[in-house]
Design a binder for this molecule. Structure first.
Ligand SMILES: [Zn+2]
Ligand SMILES: [Zn+2]
Length: 454
């Protein structure tokens, strides 16, 4: 049978249905943008005649990584406000955003930079939340990336929208505009309970149900957010806008907003009871351990969440709080943090970290029937990681361990999304990298002129 592509691997890690499985000397057969077969390479050569045979018999082939939480437009501000607590950080970033993120080109150029970085690091899908969601969508389409675009909501006016009604009107227009784009998916993305009022939350609860669009928000990121909301300390900018004296998660639960269509980013500060609520309601968590560690927000109790049966996905957060959109590094960080929070090295083995960075992300955003694993019928969203060139990857006993604990994003050699190579042999196929960097440099110069560094 003639097919489009055979990728012949040393190892294939399908991730689902069983995340512990590693298939030696297997091939992935791609036809019409989908995975047609995953089978031993020897059988593949008898059964299929591919138009293109990609020999990766010294590499590991796995599903593309899914960055479950990022703000792509912010990539241009990478390194502008480091080593500060979250609220101080926000107050350094917001004026710059007010001056430049009010322009759609800034957001699109930032998203292009983010896309180029993520593709180079094996990310095939990202869940985005930023001003001008159409800029993120356009950049993703240009890059050939899958994206879950957040229809953002904030109580503050911005260059993008003048009021909450305007955020909604523009967001729904964007959603309609891109509805036939196969790589573009959506969430409603109210920024946080301390920046979005209860009336909007109730509106989004109804819209989420009506349109089957998940809600994605920042939740319980800092201790301040919980303690100030519990006593309604309005002098604290992290205090939720609800009039209920309780934790924001409890408030959202009372409002009936928590469910399988809800993704909470961070969820660092959770009581045992709140973890049970998340499990009961089928809430998803977008865990961002590097961002949390950099802002000293604390460590999410991943072991408890996993044991309660909560679906935990993995995200980098923005280039301002990480400072890289490196999902391979994030997997290692997640595993190390989980082990240390639990005081138990058996917590979150390498294959579990990979599961969080792939199928769990797809599940969180309701696209696990499309992507997130190397299963027959799914979109061919996959990557290969070279384990032969760098001595730091030698030798390989367990390919899951090699990917999570030893490899770096520099070792990613190919990235395929919907059957199309967007990176091949470490070279971008869809983006002009020189142009992407030149655009980012233009904005860096402008920001430095307007906001000189001391
Ligand atoms: Zn975030
Ligand atoms: Zn393994």
């Amino acid at each position: 049978m003639e097919v489009d592509t055979e990728i012949r691997a040393r190892w294939v890690l399908p991730v689902a249905p069983d995340e512990t499985v590693a298939l030696p000397h297997y091939s992935v057969i791609v036809n019409d943008a989908r995975i047609l077969d995953v089978l031993p390479s020897q059988e593949a050569s008898e059964k299929y005649s591919p138009k293109e045979l990609v020999d990766r018999s010294k590499s590991i082939v796995l599903p593309g990584l899914i960055n479950a939480h990022t703000h792509s437009g912010m990539s241009i501000m990478r390194g502008r406000a480091d080593d500060q607590p979250l609220l101080e950080w926000l107050h350094n970033i917001w004026p710059i955003e007010g001056a430049v993120a009010c322009e759609e080109e800034f957001c699109e150029d930032g998203a292009l930079l983010a896309a180029a970085e993520m593709i180079r690091g094996g990310v095939t899908c990202f869940s985005d939340m930023y001003f001008f969601p159409d800029a993120g969508a356009k950049a993703a389409i240009r890059a050939g990336m899958r994206a879950v675009i957040g229809i953002v909501f904030l109580m503050f006016p911005s260059g993008y929208a003048a009021s909450l009604e305007d955020y909604l009107r523009k967001g729904e227009e964007i959603r309609k505009h891109f509805k036939d784009e196969p790589l573009i998916h959506f969430t409603y993305a109210p920024h946080a309970p301390y920046t979005v009022p209860p009336s909007t939350w109730m509106q989004l609860k109804a819209l989420s149900k009506e349109n089957s669009v998940p809600i994605h928000t920042h939740l319980h990121e800092t201790k301040d957010e919980c303690t100030s909301s519990r006593v309604l300390d309005r002098t604290n900018p992290a205090c939720h806008l609800s009039d209920e004296m309780c934790h924001p998660l409890e408030d959202l639960n009372r409002k009936g907003i928590l469910g399988p269509n809800f993704v909470g980013a961070h969820m660092v500060h959770l009581t045992d009871e709140e973890i049970d609520i998340c499990a009961e309601k089928g809430v998803h968590v977008a865990h961002c351990p590097t961002s949390n560690a950099k802002l000293a927000s604390g460590f999410c109790r991943i072991d408890k969440l996993l044991r309660a049966g909560v679906n935990v996905a993995l995200g980098t957060d923005s280039a301002c709080s990480n400072n890289s959109l490196d999902m391979i590094a994030e997997m290692k960080m997640a595993a190390l943090v989980a082990k240390n929070v639990a005081g138990d090295p058996t917590v979150m083995p390498a294959y579990m970290a990979l599961r969080m960075a792939t199928i769990n992300g797809a599940k969180a955003f309701g696209i696990d029937h499309i992507t997130g694993s190397l299963e027959v019928g799914k979109s061919a969203d996959l990557i290969s990681i070279d384990i032969e060139t760098h001595p730091g990857n030698f030798p390989v006993y367990d390919p899951h361990s090699a990917v999570v604990y030893a490899a770096s994003r520099e070792d990613v050699e190919d990235v395929m999304i919907a059957g199309k190579f967007v990176l091949k042999e470490k070279t971008h196929c869809t983006l002009d990298l020189h142009d992407v960097l030149r655009r980012a440099d233009y904005w860096r110069t402008r920001i430095n002129k307007q906001f000189p560094l001391n």
